[in-house]
Design a binder for this molecule. Structure first.
Ligand SMILES: C[S@@+](CC[C@H](N)C(=O)[O-])C[C@H]1O[C@@H](n2cnc3c(N)ncnc32)[C@H](O)[C@@H]1O
Length: 309
């Protein structure tokens, strides 16, 4: 990327948002003239700028029409104000290393319950579907499942929806209220039990499949390893342990996305860090007869699945 391109995208994105062009592009297909007309911008200038965004993969084209890519839509819808709050902290963070917040459990539970869990459910639903298909192909049928730090339950609920079985949904109490709503909406309420509390302390049931999705990156290496060991210990021999997290899986683009995510986590939370793929595998290997990694989305989400020794 050239320095000029960085400027065009950086300032251009702000201008797309300020003029209303971004909303028009997210709402759907249109020629650049149609988008300009909706936003009240100058047509020739609009066409030139949209070309830059298309060239960078942030717009999709169909004939003479363009619209926002999934990534750009995601940026605009609902999460952009939250993202903005995080990323504008980059200056203070660079000087002090201090994250935006240093929350305690109460604050974490309330904040996830109010504005994060729903967003994660929408974001991860396709990945959860892919994981479920992979588990089904490994012969997982009617399992008892533990989803620790389950949030909306997007992963655990998806597994029992497709493979049958029952789920123990584990998280902090305010979050489990959201999990329950999702279980009810999916017609799965009868097959779900709830285990409120700190996943480092609550007694975990023995299960066929244990899931830790997007949780290990919240903690530095030592507590993260201890949490994984707790969860692995809950899996019966021959059962599956599933870690869903940012994984580069040997791909340069995914590794870059993971580097960006490392900054994003450090901006938000004390000690949060996406652990190296090899580290996660090394933590699992002593407890498993096999450990395989898979890709769950086009960005950086992946899963490591181990079969319990
Ligand atoms: C990034 S979210 C991931 C949620 C879900 N697994 C997913 O992938 O969508 C992290 C989850 O861990 C939960 N969590 C954080 N600390 C926890 C703790 N000490 N005990 C139990 N849950 C915790 C949060 O409440 C939140 O729901």
């Amino acid at each position: 990327m050239t320095p000029m391109e960085i400027n065009a995208l950086y300032h251009g994105l702000k201008a797309l948002a300020d003029t209303g062009l971004l909303v028009s592009l997210v709402e759907g297909w249109g020629t650049s003239e149609e988008h300009a007309s909706r936003a009240g911008t100058q047509p020739a200038a609009t066409a030139l700028l949209l070309q830059v965004f298309e060239g960078s993969g942030l717009l999709e084209r169909r004939g003479d029409q363009v619209r926002a890519s999934d990534a750009l839509s995601y940026h605009e819808k609902g999460v952009s104000s939250r993202q903005e709050r995080v990323w504008t902290h980059v200056g203070p963070w660079l000087r002090t290393g201090a994250p935006l917040v240093r929350p305690n459990h109460d604050a974490i539970g309330k904040s996830y319950a109010t504005d994060v869990v729903e967003m994660l459910a929408r974001m991860f639903a396709p990945a959860a579907h892919r994981l479920t298909q992979a588990l089904a192909s490994l012969g997982v049928v009617n399992p008892t499942v533990l989803d620790a730090g389950c949030g909306s339950g997007v992963f655990g609920l998806s597994v029992i929806e497709a493979c049958g079985g029952t789920l123990v949904a584990q998280d902090l109490p305010p979050v489990l209220a959201r999990t329950k709503e999702r279980a009810e909406a999916l017609g799965l309420a009868q097959r779900v039990q709830y285990l409120p509390g700190d996943f480092m302390e609550v007694e975990l049931p023995t299960v066929d499949v244990a899931i830790l999705a997007n949780v290990l990156h919240l903690a530095p290496a030592e507590p993260a390893r201890r949490l994984l060991e707790r969860v692995v210990s809950a899996v019966a021999p021959g059962g599956h342990v599933v870690v869903v997290d940012a994984l580069s899986n040997g791909d340069a683009d995914r590794a870059r996305a993971k580097d960006v995510y490392a900054v994003h986590l450090a901006l938000r939370l004390d000690g949060a860090h996406p652990h190296a793929d090899d580290t996660l595998r090394d933590w699992l290997r002593p407890h498993c007869t096999s450990v395989v990694a898979m890709t769950l989305d086009e960005a950086m989400l992946g899963a490591i699945v181990g079969v319990r020794r």
